[in-house]
Write a protein of this length. Structure first.
Lengths: 167, 437
């Protein structure tokens, strides 16, 4: 399913996505506040993103103040990005769900969480004109590129003589 | 950018050189003032935006500063720089190298757990591991690193880590890192390297399969004998969930409202746990002032290490050819049994800390350290100044004769830390010191 080649994304691409995208549908969002998906959702909300949780088990209730939907098709509002908090195999099915609705919903980006990678699905999405990021966490990438992750001693890999941008 | 929509996942990003990173990694100009040097944030605490922000910070749901026992903006620049120089994922600083070791093992071990350490370690580590850790229920088994298989033999079902100094203090011993790393991988346990004497300029343990690195930043990294400090660096590549040996990483942590660190923070989970639990509950944090001195020192690491190594090679060659000296244990000498390992793991030089044995034994050792005028008689290494010590009468005094010999610190042993003065002056000082015996 996946090549052995490590994934590399230019910082400019990731930063561009995080600056442009405002509404994110998070597939696999958990209502349990100690789960990683809930952490990411809360952090991204704090940075001004609207996160729409997708979780069949929680459909009809709210997670962190947002109505939860059973699937992407049920979301009534436009979506800029789909963030997949599911396994690599399941990610393929979700990508196939996104591709036909992308134009209608306004979806431009499919993001797969840290540890989630499906090269075949990514190729299908890119052929359909979508931008794909895999095996990354938007919270970690946001923190890395806007300096916050460095506060916890994490190697951002950023070398620059320019002032840090404040996110 | 034109290529924003066409990510080329196969093109690796540009890699900056080590020298550039010693100066720039982790330190961008201050976002508000533009201050180019890293400011010393001499503050204990940080205001919250509101109660929700405070709650998010305490719950680790967002990144930010609460209290300088956990994080401080000056210290975090040093942490990122060290993580970067070791090609690691993340780092956490501590008040000393010993504190860093304590935090690393506290994060890994539960009472009843064991680890295996090389018997060739800094004497203080032998005491910390062998005696003080025992009182916490952590058992260290020491192994002779001359044969890496000795580590395999010492592993039991309770063993949670292997710990070595690649370039060992004080004996000029180089351990076969790649071989020990393979043994740790077979056992599914992390290999922890004390990289203090080599520094990332001379040796990059993660490239040989190590999983965690600890440093006493007091030594070559800070470099000027001004500031105590320690650090733990995490490679980000160890899979804590490969077995059930690391519940402190993979099970909900009662010390943090049921958070599972490996799952929530992924490849920097160990660093987060060492900080959020270890530093929080035991408190051995680095001060911002010491972090500032260490950051400043690091900026010349590459220049200093080249001169340290050049001088050490010259002094070792002098002592090796002197008939008042019985032996010299410097892996940079072709006669050293560790020379080939040094060439492999320390291609830019075998460091500048080594030992020699005096034909006059214990008495001659005491006299030499008292007779020198340029070498400073003290218990430290990795200063710009050259340092001399007779371990048997000082740092290794609390060990038994057997332990002293095992650690390469017998009665006749002199430990030298060669500084960056004029090499001829160092040789002259040792020559006159030896003549006065």
């Amino acid at each position: 399913m996946n090549g052995d080649v490590p994934l590399h994304y230019q910082d400019a691409l990731i930063e561009g996505i995080l600056r442009q995208v405002r509404t994110v549908a998070m597939v696999g969002a958990s209502a349990n506040w100690v789960r990683p998906s809930n952490f990411v959702m809360k952090y991204m909300q704090g940075k001004g993103f609207r996160i729409i949780p997708i979780n069949p088990g929680q459909a009809g209730s709210e997670i962190l103040g947002e109505a939860c939907y059973a699937n992407l098709a049920d979301v009534p509002d436009p979506i800029d990005m789909v963030d997949i908090f599911r396994g690599s195999e399941a990610a393929g099915g979700i990508v196939d769900e996104v591709i036909p609705m992308a134009a209608d919903k306004g979806i431009q980006v499919i993001w797969m969480q840290l540890g989630v990678r499906n090269d075949d699905a990514a190729a299908r999405a890119e052929a359909a004109g979508l931008t794909v990021v895999m095996d990354r966490c938007p919270k970690i990438e946001y923190g890395r590129l806007f300096g916050e992750l460095s506060w916890s001693g994490v190697n951002s890999g950023v070398i620059s003589s320019k002032r840090r941008k404040v996110g | 950018m034109a290529d924003d929509k066409s990510p080329d996942r196969r093109n690796a990003p540009y890699e900056f050189g080590f020298e550039t990173r010693t100066i720039h990694a982790g330190a961008r100009p201050d976002p508000i003032t533009g201050a180019r040097s890293t400011p010393i944030y001499q503050t204990t605490s940080y205001v919250f935006d509101d109660v929700d922000h405070a709650a998010d910070l305490f719950n680790l749901q967002t990144f930010g500063f609460i209290y300088s026992r956990l994080t401080n903006p000056t210290v975090s620049v040093l942490e990122e720089r060290l993580a970067n120089l070791e090609n690691g994922r993340a780092a956490v600083c501590a008040s000393s190298g010993h504190a860093a070791q304590f935090l690393a093992f506290f994060t890994l071990l539960s009472p009843g757990d064991e680890f295996v350490a090389s018997k060739n370690l800094y004497g203080g580590s032998i005491t910390q591991f062998g005696i003080s850790f025992k009182r916490l229920g952590w058992t260290c088994h020491f192994a002779d690193p001359a044969d890496p298989e000795n580590f395999r033999k010492a592993i039991t079902p309770k063993t949670k880590a292997i710990f070595i100094e690649v370039l060992a203090n004080p004996g000029g011993v180089v351990v076969d890192l790649e071989a020990v790393s393979a043994i740790a991988k077979d056992a599914g346990i992390p290999l922890i390297i004390d990289n203090t004497l080599a520094t990332p300029y001379l040796c990059r343990p993660f490239e040989w399969g190590a999983d965690l690195i600890v440093h006493s930043t007091t030594k070559f990294l800070s470099g000027h004998g001004t500031s105590l400090g320690g650090a733990i660096i995490e490679s980000g590549k160890f899979d804590w969930s490969q077995n059930d040996a690391f519940p402190t990483m993979t099970e909900p942590d009662p010390a943090y409202h049921g958070l599972t660190f490996a799952e929530t923070f992924g490849d920097f989970g160990f660093t987060m746990k060492a900080r959020a639990v270890g530093l929080r509950d035991f408190g051995p944090c680095m001060s911002p002032q010491n972090a500032f001195y260490t950051i400043t020192g690091l900026e010349t690491l590459h220049l200093r290490m080249d001169r340290h190594v050049e001088n050490a090679q010259a002094v070792a060659a002098f002592l090796d050819g002197d008939d008042r000296v019985a032996w010299v244990s410097y892996a940079g000498l072709p006669s050293s049994p560790y020379h080939d390992l040094a060439k492999k793991y320390l291609p830019k030089g075998a460091g500048s800390v080594f030992t020699c044995g005096l034909k006059g034994g214990y008495e001659a050792g005491v006299k030499l350290v008292e007779n020198v005028n340029l070498f400073s008689h003290l218990a430290n290494v990795g200063d710009t100044r050259s340092l001399i010590l007779h371990p048997a009468s000082t740092t290794h005094r609390q060990l038994t004769d057997e332990q002293r010999d095992a650690a390469g610190a017998g009665a006749d042993v002199i430990r030298l830390s060669i500084g960056i003065e004029t090499a001829d002056d160092l040789i002259h000082d040792l020559d006159q010191g030896l003549s006065a015996i």
